[in-house]
Every structure is written in structure tokens, then in C-alpha cells.
Design a protein. Structure first.
Length: 579
């Protein structure tokens, strides 16, 4: 909860005033039984009409003042709780944006969505209830016991025994309830993951006619979550009937004990009513305190889940920009680089060594799962090498902050992702202050200018979420244009032309060579035609670098490259009807 407490410091005034106003409300509440006792003993018993009106007016004043004080307390507690929730969401979002891919993989997207929504809401609710009730509840219990002691010292033991008994029962219920809620929250993560997979893969689900199977799986997961919630609800539901039963038994016991005292004149009827009211106040407050304890315990559990993310170390926090990347002309160097994903023993890359001179073009090819995308993800520090070093311009990437590194790199990822907005907005992700001329030039190079030529709004044409109103090839070309607008020192194209036809891709490669003369270009592709004119080609096979050289050299000397070339040549010949 330390992060929650830390954020509460920003709302110190509200944090102090909310419980103070609730305590003020409690004071008026404790005075009410005494006023009622006086109303009965003096006003009604002695038929003093003036005193009755006086006490009724006093009760009305207590009610109005209590209402105003409670409203003010609610305002301050809600303001502090909403502030904490807002700050937590902002901090969580910033943290998520700064996390490495390994950390994101470890936590999981579905869990992060729940952290940002469900868990923060639970923490927010817990803070609200805590500020309103954590001082008021014990104050009422202690105050009501003292007031009852003033009315009749001999009856105080009833209050103490009943209070301890209810606290014991409530503690058992809370312990079992919190455990059930914790398991339910974990099940909610699994349910959110299932929902997310079905949402992102809706086309695949329908293409294979798996709707019924997915609905059944969702129903099963949803039923498990529902059963856990019902179990927790049933245990929690025991609290009110059990405590109210004890309260009624305590009232009967109290009346049984004080009955003779009323007959002998030791206690008045008003004093008995006051004792009953104080006992009810104590018991009701204990029930409220129990609900508060459950809410706060759930909030603590959710806060711990949030802290697992907020406390994750970010290497860039300790990274110092000791050198600028402009000093060296060495390009990109991999020295004995190995990599394995967290939680796996099998290496995705093993002992990879190569160098890319600055301003040259290198192609990377290999079979599916060879480690091509993994390799290029080490350059912008999306992942950190498990062993070995990656150097850019002679500097270890671990000594360069991610911000400094990535602003010099342009990336067109394997799966083109566009954001909802205009085409102009998406291109400005590459360079915030890009001019219209720069954007149009980038679109021209990537053969994407046709997208806006027939569109009245031009660069201001609307892009749906994920670029759904564009074809796959158009999304890829816009993605490459976005990377080019930045005019990066290093351009990484991760199989970003897979959806393009051969003619369009050929024109794109030709214009790209002219546009990126002084840029280090890394092209990952499954097509030989996409990389055969590169200055150097890297051949990967099962995470190992098995070949390096030009197209002609690899055709003569490298069996893996030759096999890929021949398979694609046969395919092209077959498509032309030669075979």
C-alpha cells in the first residue's frame, strides 16, 4: 500500500478533513440517545410539552448538522480517492510505456488491462471507505461504551462481551471472504485474456467456424469466475444475519437484565432506551467496520498486484548518456550475442557475430522461427541480450538510454499497426514536426501516394482503429512511410512488404535505395528478391548465423540460402506455368 499512501500525500488536506468531519458526525450521533432519553423521561413521562418540542428541535438540529458534516466528509474522501485512482492510472500507464518487452510478456496484456481498470477501482473504493470510516467506527464503539457506562456502570460487561463475540465472528468471515475474492480476481485475469484473444482474433474464429467452441470455453471460464464470486458473496452474506441475530439476542439479554432496575426505579425508561440505542450503534458500526475491513483488504490485495508492476526496475532509470551516437562510424556490431526469452531454457539466438558498416544495407533471411525478428528486436533494446553485446556506433546499447537510441531508429514492424485518427497524425508518429512535403515524399517513396490521390481530404483522411479501412498492403506502406518520415540513422524493415505484390515491392525497393543513401538499412524478409541487392545478407537457421555475404556468394557457398532460393524459383516458375 506504500504507493497508495505516497499518492495520498498529494491530497493531505482532504485526507485529514474527511475523517475529522466523520468524527464530528459521530459526536452528534452519540448525543442522540441522551436527547431521546431526556425526551422520554422528562417530556413524555412528565407531560412537559415544552420540553418535548425543545428536544425534537434539538434532534432536528443534530440531524441537519450531521447530514451537512457527513456530506462534507464524503466530498473530501471521494476527492482524495478519485485523486489517488487518477494518479495510479497515470503512473501505471507511464510504467507500462516504459516496460521492456520481456516485462510485458511476463505480466501479460490481460492482467495489465485488469490492473488499469478493476484493481485501481477496488483500491479507489477502499481508500474512500477507509477515509470515511477508519476513525469513525472505533470512535463510535469506544464512545458508545463510555456513554453506556455513564448511564449504568453495571451493564457495561454486556457491551464488552457482545462486541468481542461479534468481532471474533466477523474476523473468521473476513478471512475466508478475502481469500475467495483474491482467487476470483485471478480468475478475472484469465477471463479477460480469453475475451482479448477472441476480440483480436475474431476473423480467424469465424473463418474456422469456431464460434460455438469459443462461446463454450467462455461460458466455462465465466462460470468458474461466477462460482468464486458467489462463494465469496455467500460467506460475506453471513455477516449481516449473524451479527443482527447477535444484536437482537444482546438487546433481549440487556432488557432482561435491566428490567428489574426499571421496576425498582434504579433506571428510567429513557435510560433503557439510551442503552439499547448505544448497543445498536456499537453492533451496527462493527458490521460497517467488517465491510470496511473486507473492502480495505481487497484494496490491499489489488494494491500489491499494482505494486508488482510499479516496482519493476527499469534499466533506463540508471542509464547515463555518457557518449553521443555521432562519434563513431562503426555502424552495428553483434559480439557473441545469445538470447532466450524469460522462463524458457531454449535459446532463440546463439553465439551470433556480425557487423554492419554505417550507411550500408543488410538483408536477413531464414526459415520460420529462425530468430530473425528476435535479432532485430535487440537493436532498439526491445529485449536485452542474454549474453554478449550489441554495439551501435561503437557504444554498447546498454549504455544508451532507450529514448536516445530509439529516436535515431525507424521501424516498420512485421504487423503494421496504425492508430485511429488521420493519416497525417499517424505519419507524425515518426516525426512530430514533420512538414507536409516530408510526409508526401515518404508516401511517394513507399508507393503509398495513391492512397490519398483519390481522397478529397488528402493527408487528413480518416484512419480507423488499427487501419481497418485500409488494405494490408496499404497499411504496410503507410507503416514504412511513418518510419521514413523520421529520417532515421538506422531503418529496420521487419518483413514489412509481405503483403505487397512483386511489382509494387520492386518499385518501393528502388526508390528506397535512393532515399536512404546515408542510412543503415536492415531488411528482414522471406523473399530472396527483397534482399538480393543488399550489401550483405545474413542467413539464420534455428537461432544460429549460418551464412553471411552477398547474394552471389551465398548461392555458391551456403546450402541453406541456396535451398531457399531454389524453392522460391520453382514456385515462381510454377506460377508462370513453366512447370
Amino acid at each position: 500500500m506504500r504507493n497508495v499512501i505516497k499518492y495520498l500525500k498529494n491530497y493531505m488536506l482532504e485526507t485529514i478533513l474527511a475523517p475529522l468531519f466523520k468524527m464530528l458526525e459521530a459526536i452528534f450521533e452519540l448525543l442522540v440517545p441522551l436527547v431521546v432519553a431526556s425526551l422520554i423521561d422528562i417530556g413524555i413521562h412528565q407531560r412537559n410539552e415544552r420540553h418535548i418540542w425543545k428536544m425534537c428541535l434539538l434532534l432536528m438540529c443534530f440531524t441537519c448538522i450531521g447530514f451537512l458534516v457527513a456530506t462534507v466528509a464524503q466530498y473530501f474522501s471521494a476527492k482524495a480517492a478519485m485523486g489517488v485512482g487518477t494518479t495510479l492510472r497515470s503512473e501505471m500507464f507511464r510504467k507500462i510505456q516504459s516496460m521492456s518487452f520481456s516485462q510485458l510478456d511476463k505480466v501479460g496484456t490481460a492482467a495489465l488491462v485488469n490492473y488499469m481498470s478493476s484493481d485501481i477501482y477496488i483500491v479507489q473504493t477502499g481508500v474512500n471507505l477507509f477515509l470515511r470510516l477508519f476513525l469513525r467506527a472505533p470512535f463510535i464503539v469506544i464512545g458508545a461504551t463510555i456513554m453506556a457506562f455513564r448511564v449504568d456502570r453495571g451493564i457495561t460487561f454486556v457491551f464488552v462481551i457482545v462486541t468481542l463475540l461479534i468481532i471474533g465472528i466477523v474476523s473468521v468471515i473476513i478471512k475466508k471472504t478475502v481469500h475467495s475474492y483474491k482467487k476470483a480476481q485471478e480468475r478475472l485475469d484469465a477471463l479477460a485474456l480469453l475475451i482479448r484473444e477472441n476480440h483480436t482474433g475474431a476473423r480467424v474464429v469465424r473463418a474456422f467456424d469456431r464460434q460455438a467452441d469459443e462461446v463454450q470455453e467462455f461460458e466455462e471460464s465465466n462460470q468458474k469466475y461466477t462460482r468464486l464470486q458467489i462463494m465469496a458473496g455467500r460467506i460475506s452474506a453471513l455477516m449481516n444475519p449473524v451479527t443482527y441475530m447477535l444484536m437482537n439476542v444482546a438487546i433481549i439479554f440487556l432488557l432482561y437484565i435491566v428490567g428489574p432496575s426499571v421496576e425498582t426505579g434504579v433506571l428510567t425508561q429513557g435510560q433503557v432506551v439510551a442503552l439499547v440505542n448505544y448497543l445498536m450503534q456499537i453492533l451496527l458500526v462493527i458490521v460497517v467496520l467488517a465491510n470496511l475491513t473486507i473492502a480495505v483488504t481487497r484494496a490491499i490485495a489489488s494494491a500489491k498486484r499494482l505494486e508488482r508492476v510499479l516496482d519493476m526496475p527499469l534499466k533506463d532509470e540508471q542509464t547515463q548518456e555518457t557518449e553521443t551516437m555521432q562519434k563513431e562510424e562503426k555502424g552495428i556490431v553483434f559480439e557473441r550475442v545469445s538470447f532466450r526469452y524469460e522462463g524458457t531454457s531454449e535459446a532463440q539466438l546463439e553465439e551470433v557475430n556480425f557487423s554492419v558498416p554505417k550507411g550500408s544495407t543488410v538483408g536477413i533471411i531464414g526459415g520460420t522461427g529462425a530468430g530473425k525478428s528476435t535479432l532485430i528486436n535487440l537493436i532498439p533494446k526491445f529485449y536485452d541480450a542474454s549474453e554478449g553485446q550489441v554495439y551501435i556506433n561503437g557504444i554498447d546499447v546498454q549504455d544508451i538510454s532507450s529514448k536516445e537510441l530509439r529516436k535515431r531508429i525507424g521501424i516498420a514492424p512485421q504487423h503494421a499497426v496504425l492508430c485511429k485518427g488521420t493519416l497525417r497524425d499517424n505519419l507524425k508518429w515518426g516525426k512530430e514536426n514533420a512538414t507536409e512535403e516530408e510526409m508526401l515524399q515518404a508516401l511517394e517513396v513507399t508507393q503509398a501516394s495513391t492512397i490519398i490521390k483519390n481522397h478529397a481530404q488528402g493527408l487528413d483522411m480518416h484512419i480507423e482503429q488499427g487501419g481497418k479501412n485500409l488494405s494490408g498492403g496499404q497499411r504496410q506502406r503507410v507503416s514504412i512511410a511513418r518510419a521514413l518520415v523520421r529520417k532515421p540513422e538506422i531503418l529496420i524493415l521487419d518483413d514489412s512488404g509481405s503483403a505487397l505484390d512483386y511489382l509494387t515491392e520492386a518499385k518501393l525497393r528502388e526508390d528506397l535505395r535512393k532515399y536512404t543513401k546515408n542510412t543503415t538499412v536492415i531488411i528482414v524478409s522471406q523473399r530472396i528478391s527483397s534482399i538480393q541487392n543488399a550489401d550483405s545478407i545474413l542467413v539464420l537457421d534455428d537461432g544460429k548465423l549460418v551464412g553471411e555475404g552477398t547474394h552471389d556468394m551465398l548461392l555458391k557457398e551456403n546450402g541453406v540460402y541456396r535451398e531457399i532460393y531454389e524453392s522460391q524459383a520453382k514456385l515462381h516458375a510454377s506460377e508462370r506455368g513453366v512447370l
